[in-house]
Design a protein around this ligand. Structure first.
Ligand code: MG
Ligand code: MG
Length: 279
C-alpha cells in the first residue's frame, strides 16, 4: 500500500516482520565483517565473508549487480577519505585506517516477495588518531539521535534536524551533501529521501508502517565530494577522512524498531528517551 503525495510504501505488521528478517541478517553480517577487520586483510576478503554470511542465511545481497555500471560486490568498503560506495578489491588494510562497510540483504516472504535491509558501520583498523575516533563517535551518535527523533505524526525533517543539530553541536564537521537516507521495503531505495540536514516539522509525514534508512555521512573537513574514476567510489574533495553509519528502522504502533540492530535498537533508544517499537 502506498500513501500520500510522496508515494511512500506503508508496510503491514507482517511485512515489517519480513523486513526484520532481512535486517537481522544484515546486522549479523556486519558483526562478522567487523570481527574480521584487522591489518593485512583485503577489502575483497571482507566482501567474500559478507556474501557467504548473507547467502548462508538464505538471503540475497542487495548490492551485487545494483545500478549502472552494476556494482560488483556485496558490500561497499570505503577506506579513510572514501565516504561511501567503495568497491572491494585488493587494497590491504593497515593499522590506523578506518573502513566504512555498507551492507544490504533481501529476505523473501512466503509469497516470494523480497524485503530489504540496509545498514552501515565504520570500523577502526587497530588504534586510530583521536580525531578520527571522535568522528566515528559523533557520526554513530548522530545516527541514533536521528532514529530517536522518529515518531508517528512527525515529519522526516525531525530526523534530519536531529542528525544535523547533534553533529554541528560537536564541532566543525562536514555533513556530506547530495547523499541521503531513504525509504526502503520492497526495494532498497524508495521514497522519501531522508536528508542529514533539515528543518523540524517539515517534509513527508511519518506514520505507522513506514520504513526508512537513516545514514549520516560525516567528514573531518569540508563536506564536498567527488566520484572516483571507477564511477562508484565517493571521496572527499579535500582528502579529509569520513565516517558512515546506517540503520533501517520501521515505525510500529509502539514506536521505533531498528530492524538492522540485533537488539532492535532497544538499549540506545531507551537511553535517548525514545519509544522502542519492537516485539
Ligand atoms: Mg547502506
Ligand atoms: Mg542506504
Amino acid at each position: 500500500m502506498f500513501f500520500g503525495q510522496h508515494r511512500i510504501e506503508i508496510k503491514t505488521p507482517e511485512q515489517v516482520r519480513s523486513m526484520r528478517a532481512a535486517g537481522l541478517v544484515v546486522g549479523r553480517t556486519l558483526a562478522r565483517v567487523r570481527d574480521a577487520v584487522r591489518p593485512g586483510v583485503t577489502t575483497a576478503q571482507l566482501d567474500a565473508l559478507a556474501e557467504a554470511s548473507i547467502r548462508d542465511e538464505g538471503c540475497v545481497p542487495s548490492f551485487l549487480g545494483y545500478g549502472e555500471p552494476p556494482f560488483p560486490a556485496s558490500i561497499c568498503a570505503s577506506v579513510n577519505d572514501e565516504v561511501v560506495h567503495g568497491i572491494p578489491g585488493g587494497r590491504v588494510l593497515t593499522e590506523g585506517d578506518v573502513i566504512s562497510i555498507d551492507c544490504g540483504a533481501i529476505a523473501f516472504d512466503d509469497a516470494g516477495q523480497g524485503w530489504h535491509g540496509d545498514a552501515a558501520t565504520t570500523v577502526a583498523v587497530g588504534p586510530v588518531r583521536d580525531d578520527v575516533a571522535e568522528l566515528m563517535r559523533v557520526t554513530e551518535e548522530a545516527l541514533w539521535r536521528g532514529l530517536a527523533a522518529a515518531r508517528s505524526g512527525g515529519r522526516v525533517g525531525d530526523i534530519s534536524h536531529a542528525v544535523a543539530s547533534y553533529v554541528h553541536g560537536e564541532g566543525a564537521y562536514g555533513i556530506v551533501d547530495g547523499y541521503t537516507g531513504h525509504g526502503i521495503g520492497t526495494a532498497m531505495h524508495m521514497e522519501p529521501d531522508v536528508p542529514n540536514e533539515g528543518r523540524p516539522g517539515r517534509g513527508p509525514r511519518l506514520r505507522e508502517g513506514i520504513a526508512l534508512a537513516v545514514e549520516p555521512m560525516i567528514t573531518l573537513g569540508d563536506p564536498a565530494t567527488d566520484v572516483a574514476a571507477d564511477a562508484w567510489t565517493v571521496v572527499t574533495s579535500d582528502g579529509g577522512w569520513a565516517a558512515h553509519y546506517e540503520h533501517t528502522f520501521a515505525l510500529t504502533e509502539r514506536g521505533v524498531w531498528v530492524l538492522t540492530a540485533e537488539d532492535g535498537g532497544r538499549a540506545r533508544l531507551e537511553q535517548l528517551g525514545a519509544a522502542y517499537g519492537g516485539d
